[in-house]
Design a protein around this ligand. Sequence first.
Ligand code: HEC
Length: 131
Amino acid sequence: MRSKAILIPSLLIILLLSCESKPYRQGEALYQHYCANCHMDDGSGLAGNIPPLARSDYLAQNQEHIACIIRYGQEGEITVNGRVYQNPMAGIPELTEFEITNIINFINQAWGNDNGYLPLSEVRKSLEDCK
Ligand code: HEC
């Protein structure tokens, strides 16, 4: 009886934790497929050409705009961590809003980033605004 009282809550915690980390795993796989060839596996970018995502102040301060960049691309001058970049990034139109949300939540917490959690509803709103 006693062991059951411990087992059930621990199982619930494990279940909760595995649900919690799942979106990041899909986000990570998508990141590796769609983004890592430019922004690198460790989010460091490519010196002078491609801005970093790891500890990027731009990423931290423009959360409402990141979904638009992923779907529609980004061009023109952009300053990331005090450095100016000016190379166009093509949009990736085939990613669904779910996939975009998972990618953002992966990069928001990867490589020492701590940019909180962006819900699907926010991503959906951003995507409507950037059309
Ligand atoms: C072909 C190379 C390439 C790919 C692939 C690419 N990016 Fe980018 N990304 C860039 C470049 C170049 C810029 C800077 C654009 C500019 O200068 O205006 C950028 C800018 C950004 C920025 C804003 C600046 C920053 O560093 O915080 C974010 C966020 C970003 N990319 C995320 C992504 C994500 C997520 C993916 C995958 C879904 C992705 N990128 C795929 C090249 C790429």
